[in-house]
Design a protein around this ligand. Structure first.
Ligand code: KG4
Ligand code: ZN
Length: 338
């Protein structure tokens, strides 16, 4: 080992996170989440940027202390360049640049989506090639992973992300934001067969979730006209049906892509991988097909700086540094780096 100590910053959405990695081992991973968005039913970009501004110094400070690392030990500073909210990204990018300039150490820019995949290497070693489904409030992406930084997006959502589908349908049911975990909770007591919602027909490995939201809306409008208590009386069954539809779509696409690309290892990443039905069906799929399945601990599935640090470690090994003129990118495609 070569004593690579890196400080990593994640600020792409509403979590301000800092991590310290030492020779590919995470020493600290601390996140300040922003409760301020809950009352608005979704992330408010302006409020997110302001909260990052307040949180970033204490979070970095606490991460260095927890890791027992001083600023002088750091070999590089890594940051999320994108994709994400531009105002949120700017806080992390500017902080990282100032930090690197003051310490005279290199900067490493990291693609947030690539980092979600790299979270798999924190406590685990999936075998290459594998297929990773990254599902969160902002993304739904199927990634074919050939090597640590060599990955290709083979499918993604054409409209809403899977987490967004959970949150938006939950809102229609009168549930607070974020509704995904609540749908999961109510669905556990419901019958998924009582109601059915159509699954979209999308080509190859792409996803679409906006039709589900619309069909749930029309269905509820129709039923509520007949019985204003319809949602209250049927909440667990409605949640179970919505969850079943979303999970069906995800599992079908993973299966189709894994068979097409001939991979024997499949992985989940992102906050939606906390969903119990998805986890169960994913494990079942693995045992039926003889595929190895991987899901990182939840701390590394939701947005976090440890995954940024892990991506940065491999970029450091390849000498992939960036300049002070690097700008954040609201849209940032994963590109194979080999
Ligand atoms: O990765 P994440 O923490 O943040 C980003 O969106 O980047 O993911 C949050 C998303 C939200 O849409 C939330 O509703 C969803 O993940 N989620 C869940 C569950 N836990 C979180 N969706 C369904 N079931 C869950 N148990
Ligand atoms: Zn994310």
């Amino acid at each position: 080992m070569v004593n690579i100590v890196i400080l990593a910053i994640e600020s792409s959405c509403d979590d301000t996170s800092a991590a310290v990695i030492y020779d590919a081992k995470i020493l600290a991973n601390l996140t300040a989440s922003q409760a301020v968005h809950q009352q608005w039913g979704g992330v408010v970009p302006e409020l997110a940027s302001r909260a990052h501004q307040i949180n970033i110094v204490p979070v970095v400070d606490a991460a260095l202390k927890k890791a027992n690392v001083s600023m002088r030990d750091l070999r590089a500073v890594a940051f999320t360049r994108g994709p994400g909210l531009i105002g949120s990204l700017l806080v992390g990018v500017s902080f990282a640049k100032a930090f690197a300039l003051a310490l005279d150490i290199p900067l490493i820019e990291v693609n947030h989506m690539q980092a979600h995949v790299m979270a798999h290497f924190i406590d685990n070693r999936p075998g290459f090639p594998f297929l990773c489904l990254t599902v969160s409030g902002g993304h739904t992406q199927l990634v074919l992973v050939r090597d640590y930084l060599d990955m290709e997006v083979v499918g993604e959502t054409l409209d809403d992300a899977a987490g967004e589908a959970f949150d938006k349908t939950a809102k229609l049911l009168g549930l607070p934001y974020p509704g995904g975990p609540l749908i999961d909770r109510y669905a556990a007591e419901g019958n998924p067969e009582r109601f059915t919602f159509p699954e979209p027909q999308t080509s190859d490995f792409d996803f679409s979730f906006s039709g589900l939201k619309t069909s749930v809306l029309y269905f509820l409008q129709k039923e509520m006209k007949r019985n204003p208590m319809f949602v209250t009386e049927n909440l667990p069954d409605l949640c179970a049906a919505i969850q079943r539809t979303i999970v069906n779509i995800l599992i079908k696409k993973i299966t189709r892509a894994a068979l097409h690309f001939g991979v024997r290892e499949v992985a989940l990443a992102g906050g939606v991988s906390a969903n119990r039905e998805l986890r169960n069906r994913f494990a079942q799929l693995g045992s039926e097909m003889g595929w190895k399945t991987h899901i990182p601990p939840l701390e590394y599935c939701t947005d976090n700086a440890a995954m940024i640090a892990m991506a940065a470690h491999y970029k450091y090994l390849k000498g992939e540094f960036c300049g002070q003129d690097t700008e954040p990118l609201a849209r940032y495609e994963i590109r194979s780096s080999t």
